[in-house]
Ligand binder design. Structure first.
Ligand code: C2E
Ligand code: CA
Ligand code: CA
Ligand code: CA
Length: 275
């Protein structure tokens, strides 16, 4: 029995060190990918719920592997945040997104996800100003998506940055709304242009009355506040129909399109309407 116990332990130990080794390997490859500018953006259409006109794209980070597959952002964004690489990566991606967006018709916006670590960098506003100037994208065509997590550590510089972004004419979107903590106070304090209703509610709204009630209430709240609501993760026609009935402003999801390559956006931008 003692022998077996020992074996179990050494097995556990080796799988632990295996995990650590794997993480070290991934981190090394990631560092290299950031330095070599190998991480790219894909773009998912944002659609007007009423007219089904294309209103813009959300930029989503992609890490291509040699075999043609992608490491999902949920894995490497966290890594980037933990290692401080998020600023270098984030600023690079911001510039790429703005560069791509200037080639679209001028009524289309680009939405970029921003991590809390970027907002806390002392030179973030200056960096953004430089990127907008360099690429020529008008600030009103740029949306920055932040999650409720930016309010977790009560940091006044973060508040200052959010106000600074609004003052520059950049639009702020509150991402994953409803997933985490109550953000009603933040809605009062900051000038959000948009709420993005978390896809968990959309997924369940047609078979769960509580999810449907939350979706309806958030849409009504947003309309009272004069804030745009985007429903994320719209996959079915019946979800779209319900969202339109409730008065949702924008929709995004696989029903319309997954994220596509930067090159493909030009073609789609010309077509400009879904059906
Ligand atoms: P998010 O910002 O909530 O982005 C939406 C995610 O849902 C994307 O996953 C998108 O591909 C996926 N999605 C879109 N439509 C549907 C649908 O109809 N059904 C389902 N099931 N999923 C759908 P993705 O690209 O894997 O990104 C995951 C998360 O990684 C993003 O969630 C965002 O939080 C983060 N992320 C992605 N790119 C960046 C970036 O450049 N910077 C930062 N800081 N975070 C990023
Ligand atoms: Ca987002
Ligand atoms: Ca989201
Ligand atoms: Ca998210």
């Amino acid at each position: 029995a003692k022998q077996a116990g020992k074996n179990t332990w050494s097995c556990f130990e080796s799988s632990m060190s295996g995990q650590i080794e794997q993480r070290r390997l991934l981190l090394g490859q990631f560092r290299e990918a950031v330095t070599r500018r190998e991480i790219i953006l894909a773009y998912q259409p944002l659609i007007d719920a009423r007219t089904l006109a294309l209103v813009g794209f959300e930029a989503l980070a992609r890490w291509p592997r040699p075999d043609g597959s992608f490491v999902p952002p949920d894995r490497f964004i966290l890594l980037a945040e933990e290692t401080g690489l998020i600023c270098e990566l984030g600023n690079y991606l911001l510039e790429q997104a703005c560069r791509t967006a200037v080639s679209w018709p001028t009524d289309l916006t680009v939405a970029v996800n921003v991590s809390v670590g970027q907002l806390h960098a002392p030179d973030f506003l200056l960096t953004l100003q430089t990127i907008l100037k360099k690429t020529g994208l008008p600030p009103a065509r740029l949306e920055l998506e932040v999650t409720e997590s930016i309010f977790m550590d009560v940091n006044s510089t973060c508040a200052g940055v959010l106000h600074g972004l609004s003052d520059m004419g950049i639009k702020l979107a509150l991402d994953d709304f409803g997933r985490g903590y109550s953000s009603l106070g933040f809605l009062k304090e900051f000038n959000f242009y948009k709420l993005k209703l978390d896809m968990g509610f959309i997924r369940d709204m047609n078979h769960d009355r509580r999810s449907a009630a939350i979706v309806r209430s958030v849409i009504e709240l947003a309309s009272e506040l004069g804030v745009v609501v985007t429903a994320e993760g719209v996959e079915t026609r019946s979800q779209l129909d319900a969202l339109r009935r409730y008065g949702c402003t924008q929709v995004q999801g696989y029903l319309f399109s997954p994220a596509i390559s930067g090159d493909e956006t030009a073609l789609l931008a010309e077509r400009s309407r879904f059906s």
